[in-house]
Design a protein around this ligand. Sequence first.
Ligand code: RB5
Length: 146
Amino acid sequence: MIAIACDHAALGFKAALIEHMRGRGLEVRDYGTHTPDSVDYPAYAEKVALAVQSGEAEKAVLVCGTGIGMSIAAGKVRGTRCACCSDVYSAVLSRQHNDANILCMGARVLGEGAAIMILDAWLDTEFEGGRHARRVSMYAEIEGRQ
Ligand code: RB5
């Protein structure tokens, strides 16, 4: 299952991403927000990040105005590796090298077409492991020292 959430700045943008992923045959669960009313994005980032942490979601997508606030908030949840991406190269490398399990994007930064290309590249790219596995394991070590 792919978890997804947005704030008020990215409601239509999220709908386009959900439609696209469901069109690809993916199971998608929408954690809100569901109305254009102003909301606090950290609450939605946390819900989705906890779904990833628990294993309920395999991966997740978060969208807000810039993608930045959501990525900062989601990154506070242990076990998440959240990448805020505005280009395909970064999205691919965030999977190959960083094993990112949450993709963040900004609805006020990207058009829907670009976001869908970034999302597809991210979903279709595997973690390379090897030397990157050692480095990725160091993220959890940092968490353990907090
Ligand atoms: C909401 O106005 C905006 O701050 C939010 O969507 C996001 O861009 C935060 O980082």
